[in-house]
Design a protein around this ligand. Structure first.
Ligand code: MLT
Length: 259
């Protein structure tokens, strides 16, 4: 196993690290990489075992393990402290990161994510997904998840975005995906952590996100002492691909405000 994280980057200046969700890789930030690099050193890693970061021994996977691997890697490329942004599962990793390494995070972006742990029913669904993935591979995971990921308008009006997302999902290896499902199932409840996060935080949520809906994002924002919320019109759960201009504008506005 090479156990080596790989990343793509553009631009110079303060590091802005964007962490992808599940079962995805850094391509969900293709539209952020260029647009935000005029003002930042934008760094888009693929988490251990995903995308370009293969092969990787993922037996120990948990949110805190992912945060630790990412932290060591960012240190090795001289990218700390950074602005840290995470989409969905990337948000769980980012919350774990800020819990352990608060001094290394200048600002936090939590995009289409949530603070709460899985419910019992959610945990059972995770177990079902692991079984289905083991039996039928990524086809089963795509079948179980794809319909919930995008706003209807994205699927109908921008089929190339839907096709790209489907391809990114298909490209992830089953072993990594099963390890990540287990890690999400067992993740801690970050709600008690929120009040202690002094880092300025932008919460973003797609208007039509059904996986982490706007009311869930609002609750998270309410628990964070220095926070903003931006509702991304016309987006579902993958707002960085669905409405990149709106997402980029919200990120740049927040970063300007905290300068
Ligand atoms: C993600 O987009 O990363 C996942 O849907 C998050 C989750 O299933 O909890």
């Amino acid at each position: 196993m090479s156990n080596q994280i790989k990343h793509r980057e553009r631009g110079s200046g303060a590091p802005l690290v964007l962490v992808h969700g599940f079962p995805l890789d850094g391509r969900v930030f293709d539209d952020q990489l260029d647009a935000l690099s005029a003002r930042h050193r934008v760094i888009v890693p693929d988490l251990p075992g995903f995308g370009l970061s293969q092969p990787y021994d993922v037996a120990e996977m948990s949110m805190s393990w992912l945060a630790g691997q990412l932290h060591s890697y960012l240190q090795s490329i001289n990218a700390l402290p950074c602005v840290l942004g995470g989409l969905s599962m990337g948000g769980y990793v980012s919350m774990s990161f800020v819990k352990t390494f608060p001094a290394d995070v200048m600002a936090l972006l939590l995009i289409d994510s949530r603070a709460e742990a899985d419910t019992d029913e959610g945990k059972q669904n995770r177990n079902r997904m692991i079984e289905a993935a083991r039996a039928r591979g990524m086809t089963a995971v795509v079948e179980m998840m794809f319909g919930k990921m995008l706003a209807q308008s994205t699927t109908h009006q921008r089929p190339q975005v839907a096709e790209k997302l489907r391809q990114i999902m298909r490209d992830q290896p089953v072993d990594t995906v099963c390890a990540a499902i287990g890690a999400m199932r067992d993740r801690e409840d970050f709600t008690p952590l929120l009040a202690s996060i002094r880092t300025p935080t932008l919460v973003m949520v797609g208007e039509y996100d059904v996986i982490t809906p706007p009311e869930v994002a609002q609750r998270m924002r309410d628990g964070l002492p220095r926070s903003w919320i931006a509702r991304v019109e016309g987006a579902g759960h993958i707002s960085t691909m669905e409405q990149p201009e709106r997402v980029n504008a919200a990120i740049l506005k927040m970063l300007d405000e905290i300068k």
